[in-house]
Design a protein. Structure first.
Length: 424
């Protein structure tokens, strides 16, 4: 056997504490960032805050009021983080579990594929999957799911372990259940009508968006992070600088560092932390501004029409134009609100997907909402009829896709809408 030495150059992503914190700051809303900076200022003597009112006024706008009232209860992420502390696992195992909790959206679903999470946090996929199982064991049941089906199955397993037919109903017959095909379900599942009714009662008690039972990361006042206004005959994008405090150096500690040598090492370390925080916030702001400007370029109707006539657009397209990673775009638009002349929206609403026919999902969702809003309450439109009406408008969408979009709009199936209209 011949032994030899060789050099090999490899590239790998190392998640330093600074990089982890930069990623965390990027996905915070401006209100959450303000709270974060406030906490940092209590621990770092260098930070001198130049605060201002959280309201926003701009050219052609009256003051923008918060969208929600402040809620003193912990939001979903805080609620889950509190539980992680008591999990019977080692501290080193708790770290990826905690990171996964931050990757959940306000509905409690995992916001992006587990494989991508493993790549970003530089951990094996097996570790990520194991960590997800711990997240899915937390309260409320259904947290950490990747699909509606998985969410309901997690709840069924925890809440109704004795109901062996419920998982089968969830996995194979959700559409038939929504359409009220009880005779068919009894036949397929070999159930009596009474047993089926109990199974359906259990199903309707499950929550499709369990995160909302606790509260969202925007339970506090939601104030626009960005706004679009008319300036010199054209629409302009600007940030809400009033919401994020301006960080200034506390000059008293500069003198103290020179006079008291015993505190110099401590102050130097805190000064490095201060400079990193200041730089990270500036980078966050410039990234959000650049992304919004590209959004306005691709969605020119957003100031006047909101989300009604959007073109299909992916985060990958914006990322390529700005020479940044797609995950950076995803984090930057998450939990961000934009005020436009046509209304206030979440930034991530301006990335509608494209159907097989080439139509924007946002346009289709809007038409579904309009058709259902104007339907005859005594004869609500089925998903099949909605599909036919849309086809007449050259919007070719399958019944399954109609059902998916309808659920995303939190609109019940036609059978339930008719039942809701019936007198008690």
């Amino acid at each position: 056997m011949e032994l030899s030495l060789s050099q090999k150059q490899l590239q790998s992503l190392k998640m330093t504490p600074s990089l982890q914190q930069a990623i965390h700051l990027l996905q915070l809303s401006s209100f959450e960032l303000k709270e974060y900076i406030g906490k940092e200022s209590l621990e770092n003597p260098w930070i001198d805050l130049e605060d201002s009112s959280p309201s926003y006024t701009g050219a052609g706008y009256e003051e923008v009021a918060p969208l929600y009232e402040q809620d003193q209860q912990p939001n979903l992420h805080e609620y889950l983080q509190q539980q992680i502390r008591f999990l019977p696992i080692e501290e080193k195992v708790k770290k990826p579990v905690s990171d996964l909790v931050l990757a959940l959206d306000d509905h409690g679903y995992l916001a992006y594929p587990l494989k991508r999470f493993a790549y970003v946090y530089n951990i094996p996929e097996e570790t990520a999957a194991h960590s997800l199982s711990y997240v899915q064991s937390l309260d409320p049941p259904g947290i950490g799911a990747r699909t509606l089906e998985e969410c309901l199955l997690l709840q069924a397993e925890r809440l109704f372990p004795e109901d062996t037919h419920l998982p089968l109903l969830i996995s194979n017959y959700l559409e038939e259940t929504a359409e009220g095909k009880k005779e068919y379900l009894c036949s397929e599942l070999s159930l009596t009508s009474e047993a089926l009714e109990q199974c359906l009662t259990n199903l309707t008690s499950l929550h499709p968006k369990p995160g909302l039972k606790i509260g969202t990361s925007r339970a506090s006042p939601v104030i626009p992070d960005v706004h679009i206004h008319m300036e010199n005959g054209r629409y302009t994008v600007s940030l809400n600088h009033q919401l994020v405090p301006k960080l200034e150096v506390n000059q008293d500690y500069k003198r103290m560092m020179k006079e008291y040598k015993e505190t110099a090492a401590f102050l130097k370390e805190k000064y490095r932390t201060f400079m990193w925080l200041k730089k990270s916030i500036e980078q966050r702001q410039s990234t959000i501004l650049a992304i919004t400007e590209r959004l306005l370029h691709h969605q020119p109707t957003m100031p006047t029409e909101g989300i009604r006539f959007l073109r299909p657009l992916t985060r990958k397209t914006i990322a390529k134009e700005l020479d940044i990673h797609e995950s950076t775009v995803s984090r930057a638009v998450r939990n961000k609100v934009i005020a436009t002349p046509s209304g206030t929206f979440s930034l991530d609403e301006f990335f509608p997907s494209c159907t097989k026919s080439g139509s924007s999902s946002a346009v289709i969702k809007h038409r579904i909402h309009e058709l259902i809003r104007n339907e005859n309450p005594n004869h609500p439109l089925s998903d099949q009829k909605l599909s036919r009406f849309l086809a007449e408008e050259e919007l070719h969408v399958s019944r399954r896709t109609i059902a998916k979009y309808r659920e995303a709009l939190s609109i019940a199936a036609s059978g339930k809408r008719k039942k809701a209209q019936s007198p008690a």
